[in-house]
Design a protein around this ligand. Structure first.
Ligand code: ADP
Ligand code: MG
Length: 678
């Protein structure tokens, strides 16, 4: 058995267990060994009940007098029991966990861990966790861990105790883990893996994390560097920069480019003139004007006689791009085709694309289907790139119409990538940042409001806006998630709003509607024919209706920061003052994330906060990064990042030295696919 063996090769794991574990994402022995404890509990640190003081406590004792109390409020009950040891007793309560009462055996001793404090007029331990004391004692003896126990998150029916027993069986394999990195001390990895699963004390865990965090970062960074090296060996069509062309384009615009747009445009136009494919990320906050930057580059490709393509995540956005780019580039001679699901004469358009009769193809997935071929695609733009998976991007890049070259790639995103991530995961990318908004925008006033206050404080504001012919977005959660009672649903909301604003034009929009229907609604909203658009987050990305000045987001606490910021960016696009209402179901102290959003309109700052609060995998999407979430390393750990950078650089310079590191090669390949844009 080695780290890459299937699970069946582990003694005691049969085909059934293996299949079940497979479903939880554990395919190989390594997958399991790299399943690290969520926390550690020191079972030596118990307190006698006679000695407890408010705060976190651990008591070793039994429980008696268990019963469940139902309160008048529906759906609310309390399980109450009395935990006792030889020195006294204390109340323990669990809310809405009636099964608790039956789960205990009053004859057994448990370790109870929880918060001891004064609540509801009495001292009690609130929702303590409980584990059978014998199990812990046996395990500690067996593992020789002396009461310091890893706690693993449960996976289905496999609970922490199961993982503890399981790892104990793998103790030898873990202790003898082969070295992985050419840049670490021999034996460092085995020590770290051993210490993370079998620590005797907290310091052992700290030691282990030092190595394991480095290992994660090193692999990611090395993958990024190798991607960059590989990209530099590819060839691309040269689309030379010509000053007079760019001037003509810029002069045709109804506004002046911001300085930030100018710098970004210049980066991109230079790249297009190189024989190596551009691999660039253009990040800029919502409304910063990324589209016009892409348009400048499209014009340069057009002047070089080459085709460009824009891949957009939704039909609505693709149609909007087609409209705007037609305005910007149509008069300069660029022929544009829109290819979305609802496009009628697809065959004809595809024919024109392959024959080179259109210069710019804008579309959704339809443009990466197998039967769409290009004549000479030299430049590909992916808008809101985090919405796309690796496979989709790769498909687009294989469509040059010429096997020898790869198109230049520009990925645009309004979900900025924090610097810490840029250095690691996206280290192979060139990045341009538009850090300022065009002048003349009025800042958006963000308000947090409990839904109970809407009638009094929100509806009158909206009525006023409707009177002034300004428009409103009303955002609810996904239509298919209505099973949750708190979530609101577009259809229901639209009906309710019609009763509140009987004279207003109210329509709704969601992702499951037919593309033609969606486009029709969006078109009417853009034209000012709809006062309130009730919608799911399909309007989150890119949609630009400057006359919309209010956005109301229901169940705001259920959305991520970056997403809320995106949604908020739907308003504040014109010169009139705009407002964003974050509606929560709870009154009282607003949650931390919403408060951050209220106080900042800086997408970059918010992205950093989101990263800290939720981790990269959550923000940048599972699609793109698989299960990329870092398990140990912290992106704030700049020292480790710097060391991993330096070491990875050395290894990347002589990749042939890596050949004998089989496992590392395998990992790196995986990461390369996860992190690359092409
Ligand atoms: P995003 O970066 O969110 O994709 P868009 O490209 O949709 O932003 O641009 C938002 C709006 O700002 C558009 O209506 C666009 O025409 C306008 N715009 C872009 N650049 C400028 C500028 N330099 N001055 C004024 N308006 C601009
Ligand atoms: Mg955009």
């Amino acid at each position: 058995m080695n780290f890459f063996s299937p699970l069946e090769e582990i003694k005691g794991i049969g085909p059934k267990t293996a299949a079940a574990l497979n479903r939880h994402g554990f395919k190989t022995v390594k997958d399991l060994i790299y399943y690290f404890p969520r926390a550690y509990e020191d079972y030596k640190k118990t307190t006698k009940i006679a000695d407890i003081v408010p705060g976190k406590v651990m008591i070793r004792g039994k429980i008696r007098n268990l019963h469940v109390q139902y309160t008048k409020r529906r759906n609310f009950n309390v399980t109450i029991g009395e935990v006792y040891d030889e020195t006294g007793s204390v109340k323990a309560v669990w809310y809405n966990q009636p099964y608790r009462a039956k789960a205990f055996d009053e004859n057994k001793e448990y370790y109870f861990t929880g918060e001891y404090g004064f609540r509801f007029n009495r001292y009690q331990i609130a929702t303590p966790s409980a584990v059978v004391a014998d199990d812990i004692d046996d395990m500690s003896e067996e593992k020789g861990t002396n009461g310091f126990q890893p706690i693993y998150s449960s996976k289905g029916s496999y609970d922490s105790a199961w993982f503890n027993r399981f790892f104990n069986k793998l103790r030898n394999e873990i202790a003898l883990a082969p070295d992985l990195l050419p840049t670490a001390e021999p034996g460092a990895r085995a020590d770290a893996l051993y210490n993370i699963h079998f620590p005797e004390k907290a310091e052992d865990v700290e030691e282990a994390k030092k190595y394991l965090g480095y290992e994660e970062l090193f692999e990611l960074i090395l993958a990024a560097k190798l991607n960059r090296n590989e990209n530099s060996k590819l060839r691309a069509e040269i689309c030379p920069f010509k000053a007079e062309n760019t001037k003509r384009f810029v002069n045709s615009l109804p506004f002046k480019l911001t300085d930030a747009q100018r710098v970004a445009t210049w980066d991109i136009l230079k790249d297009l003139g190189e024989p190596v494919p551009m691999n660039r990320l253009l990040q800029g906050d919502v409304g910063s004007g990324k589209t016009v930057v892409a348009a400048a580059a499209i014009y340069q490709a057009y002047k070089a006689g080459k085709q460009s393509a824009i891949l957009a995540p939704t039909a609505v956005l693709a149609s909007q791009h087609a409209k705007n780019l037609q305005k910007m580039l149509g008069p300069l001679g660029v022929k544009i085709a829109l290819l979305i699901g609802a496009t009628k004469n697809k065959t004809l358009i595809k024919n024109q694309i392959v024959k080179g009769k259109v210069d710019l193809i804008i579309g959704t997935h339809a443009i990466i289907t197998d039967d769409t071929q290009f004549h000479n695609l030299a430049f590909a733009v992916i808008d809101e790139q985090h919405r796309f998976g690796v496979m989709q991007r790769q498909k687009l890049l294989l469509k040059t119409g010429d096997k020898e070259t790869s198109p230049h790639l520009l990925a645009m995103t309004a979900t900025p990538i924090p610097r810490s991530l840029q250095l690691t995961i996206f280290g192979d990318l060139d990045v341009s940042t538009i850090s300022e908004l065009p002048k003349g925008r009025t800042p958006i006033d963000t308000k947090i409001m409990c839904e109970l206050e809407m009638k009094e404080k929100l509806y009158p504001v909206l009525a006023e806006k409707i009177k002034k012919k300004e428009q409103i977005y009303w955002i609810c959660r996904l239509i298919e998630e209505t099973g949750r009672s708190v979530s609101t649903n577009v259809k229901e909301e639209a009906t309710k709003l019609k009763m509140i604003f009987p004279t207003a034009n109210i329509e709704y929009l969601h992702g499951r509607m037919k593309p033609e229907e969606k486009d029709d609604i969006m078109r009417r909203f853009s034209n000012g024919e709809i006062d309130i658009l009730v919608s799911t987050t399909v309007v989150e990305v890119g949609v630009d209706v400057p006359n919309a000045t209010e956005i109301v987001i229901r169940d705001a606490e259920d959305f991520g920061l970056a997403q809320l910021h995106q949604l908020r960016g739907r308003v504040g696009r014109g010169t009139k003052p705009s407002e964003c209402y974050l509606i929560t179901t709870k009154s009282g102290e607003p949650n931390k994330r919403l408060a951050e959003l209220q106080h900042s309109t800086d997408g970059f700052y918010l992205a950093e906060i989101d990263l800290k609060l939720r981790g990269p995998g959550e923000i940048y999407g599972k699609l793109q990064h698989g299960e990329m979430n870092l398990k140990i390393a912290k992106l704030t750990d700049t020292k480790v990042i710097a060391r991993a950078q330096k070491d990875a650089e050395k290894v990347a310079e002589n990749p042939e030295n890596m050949v004998k590191y089989e496992e590392l090669n395998c990992e790196i390949k995986k990461y390369q696919q996860l992190t690359t844009l092409n």
